[in-house]
Design a protein around this ligand. Sequence first.
Ligand SMILES: Nc1ncnc2c1ncn2[C@@H]1O[C@H](COP(=O)(O)OP(=O)(O)OP(=O)(O)O)[C@@H](O)[C@H]1O
Ligand SMILES: [Mg+2]
Length: 501
Amino acid sequence: MHSGTEAMNHNGSHDTSSSEPVGVIYGDVTTSEFKCAVNAPLERMEYVQVFHETCGPVLCQATSVERHTNLSIDKAQKIANGEQVSIEEKVSATISVIGYRDERNIMQCPQTPVKAGETIHRADEDLIRKVVGLKSDQKVGAYIGLLNGHDIPIYLDINTLVQKHLSVLSKTGGGKSYITGVIIEELMKHNVTTLIIDPHGEYATLAKAAKQSPDMERFGVKPHAYADRILEFSPDTKINTSAQPLKFTLANLEAREILALANVKNVRQALPAVKRAIEALRSTKPSFTMKDLIKTLDADEELPAGNLLMELEYLQEIDIFADRGTKISEMIEKGKTTILNLRGSPADIAELVVNRLAMALFELRKTDHIPPMMMVVEEAHNYCPQQGATACSKIMRTIAAEGRKFGLGLTVITQRPAKVDKNVLSQCNTQVILKITNPNDLNAVTSSVEGLTKGMDEEIQRLPIGVALVTGGSLTMPLLVATRPRETLHGGESVKIIEDN
Ligand SMILES: Nc1ncnc2c1ncn2[C@@H]1O[C@H](COP(=O)(O)OP(=O)(O)OP(=O)(O)O)[C@@H](O)[C@H]1O
Ligand SMILES: [Mg+2]
């Protein structure tokens, strides 16, 4: 080790990398950061490498790139007036040290700084793969895209995704549904059973192939339709005509659930009457209809005043009850993706449907009556909000906390991370973060995600569409990933207000 001041003469003798040199280290050097005089195009967040005398090649990343010039305000004014002015400029980058793998393949950070005068190279792909610990096991990996700025495919371990839950977070229009579509395509390829809670009816297009696009070749993707893998159900098949009807058996619902559905103002007052009516009906027939229930209640002399009957008539019109409700075994099939299309369903109905279904999945997974599976919840802030509660808040918390024990994975998608129950969000071990600008949401994300390094919150605000910051799960460090194109049609296109020609 050197001590004191020492004059060193560098002539690039440590040029061991086959990759292009991009600059030379100058100024003060610490074990975690240094400056580099840049002499080739270098972008922020690009991976570079430097030779360390005892550790060998060390992986680093450019965290900022600055252009220093001698252009004064006076000279700038001259340019504005049309005069020729010569500008001297130097490009400097701040480089953050990531680390290296030692002989036992353990990630290490150098304990002494690299030397000023040392040449910085673009990182070799092998070094990136090795240090970042990227696996490309297609058998258990979901291919979500390429490492941003490189041609290195990024795979997420599917077992980790399902066992330890996933969150997909961004502002509205940030690309959540698009990348979730990519992940679901991968789940289908790997025969993972999946249920998608789809409030806007965006996912049925997974059945249709995307158009061929120029990007597909670079990412190694081909258009593909998954029609034979998809089941679609909806409580409202008048709107969602391609879906099979989802019906409840009224006789299986408890009085409290019926009242919750019916949006009755004074539940406590109405509860005894509904209980009485259900008991009376159950004792006479094995199944009964909403009409039967209304008739029985109407004949009840002790029925409290209120909007109960009117609300029940509204429920009857929505037509979600049948003599024989939909069985879970009809909805969930091993290796298939079931879309629960809730487009057009009122919020209270949607919550009840999600609650019933999620409870059934949890119970049936516990007893191994259905295969291990992933439940994908779009617009999760509506189903498990941080403030207040919905019909399904409790079961969502339970699945987030205990689902992993039983092989029931959860994917939480939201445009308002700050408004999702923290108990649910914090259980998501893999995070896919796209552009977020709202300070509360940004704060909710950066405070709950481990391993986000300095400056990452700024990075998240500036992410372009198509680039995701992926962290946790099977990855050893946060990575910027250029999302691969969809094989299937994306159903979440924004509606154009004015058509271009
Ligand atoms: N990786 C990508 N490549 C190409 N286009 C993309 C990509 N990601 C998103 N887009 C486009 O951006 C738009 C918004 O994407 P998407 O529907 O996924 O946003 P979102 O985050 O789900 O929005 P919302 O919160 O409103 O549901 C879409 O028109 C989609 O085509
Ligand atoms: Mg969306």
